[in-house]
Design a protein around this ligand. Structure first.
Ligand code: RM4
Length: 253
C-alpha cells in the first residue's frame, strides 16, 4: 500500500488516464476525490469501484476552465475528506484541427482547459497543502507533446509544454513547504481524446512502428508512474518529468 490513508484528488478523473490513476490510487489505500465535466450518473460505477476497495469517493461536477471550480473542488475535499495529500492535474482536451484555419474559440478553449485549468487547480490545491503544513505531492499530466510538435495539435502542444513548465516553477515555489511537483509525459495512450484521430489507420500504424515496445499505451500504463510520483518512494523527486511513451520519443535514428 503506497498511498495508505492519503487523500488523492484528480481532475478529469471520470475517464481515460484519470480514471485508471484514481482506481489504482484507491487500490494503494487512498481516499479519492474526482472532478470532471461528466454527469454524476455516468461516474457512479467508478465511485462504487473505489468504495469497493474500502476507500471514500467524492465527485464534483465542474469545468476546470472556470477558476471557481478549483475553489469549489478543494473546499469540498477539505469538508468531506478532511484534507489533501496528493493532487493530480489531469483534465485536458485535444480537438485536433489544422493550423491555418484554427478557430479562435477552439484555441481559447484548449488553452483555458489544459493550461489555465491546471494553473487554477494546482494553485488552489497548493494553498490547502501549505495551510495544512504537512507537505504533499502534485503531479501534472503533461505529454510527449511538450517535447514534440503535432500538425493538428498547434493549440494543444503549447499547453502541454506549459503544464510541464508549471511543474518546474511550482517545484521551486513549493519546495520550502515540502510539496513536490512533477510531470508525467504520456505518449499516445488510447482514450476518448484521440479515438477519432487514431481511427486514421495510417497514422496509428505509423505511430506503432515508432514505438520500441510495439504498441500504443493504455490508460493503466500511466497509473504506476503517477502512484510512484505521488508516493514516498519519490520523496526526493521534484521538478522532474517522466516520459511514459513506450520509447517513442527517443526512437528517431
Ligand atoms: C498526445 C500525443 C498523442 C495524442 C494525444 C491527444 O500528447 O500527441 O498522440 O493522441 O496527445
Amino acid at each position: 500500500m503506497l498511498l495508505e490513508n492519503k487523500v488523492f484528488a484528480i481532475t478529469g478523473g471520470a475517464s481515460g488516464i484519470g480514471r485508471a490513476a484514481a482506481l489504482d490510487a484507491a487500490r494503494q489505500g487512498a481516499d479519492i476525490a474526482i472532478t470532471d465535466v461528466m454527469e454524476e450518473k455516468h461516474v457512479e460505477p467508478l465511485l462504487r469501484a473505489i468504495e469497493a476497495q474500502g476507500r471514500r469517493a467524492l465527485y464534483l461536477r465542474g469545468d476546470v476552465a472556470a477558476p471557481e471550480t478549483a475553489n469549489r473542488f478543494i473546499d469540498s475535499i477539505r469538508e468531506t475528506l478532511g484534507g489533501l495529500d496528493i493532487f493530480v492535474s489531469n483534465a485536458g482536451i485535444c480537438p485536433f484541427h489544422a493550423f491555418l484555419d484554427m478557430p479562435p474559440a477552439t484555441l481559447e478553449k484548449t488553452v483555458s482547459v489544459n493550461l489555465l485549468g491546471a494553473y487554477f487547480m494546482v494553485q488552489a490545491a497548493a494553498k490547502l497543502m501549505v495551510a495544512q503544513g504537512r507537505g504533499g505531492a502534485i503531479i501534472a499530466v503533461s505529454s510527449i507533446s511538450a517535447l514534440v510538435g503535432g500538425e493538428f495539435q498547434t493549440h494543444y502542444t503549447p499547453t502541454k509544454a506549459g503544464v510541464l513548465s508549471l511543474m518546474q516553477s511550482t517545484a521551486i515555489a513549493l519546495g520550502r513547504h515540502g510539496i513536490r511537483c512533477n510531470a508525467v509525459l504520456p505518449g499516445t495512450i488510447r482514450t476518448a481524446i484521440n479515438e477519432n484521430d487514431l481511427a486514421d489507420e495510417r497514422k496509428a500504424r505509423k505511430l506503432i512502428e515508432r514505438i520500441p515496445l510495439g504498441r500504443l499505451g493504455e490508460p493503466e500504463d500511466l497509473a504506476g508512474p503517477i502512484v510512484f510520483l505521488a508516493s514516498d518512494m519519490a520523496r526526493y523527486v521534484t521538478g522532474a518529468s517522466l516520459l511514459v511513451d513506450g520509447g517513442c520519443f527517443v526512437n528517431l535514428q
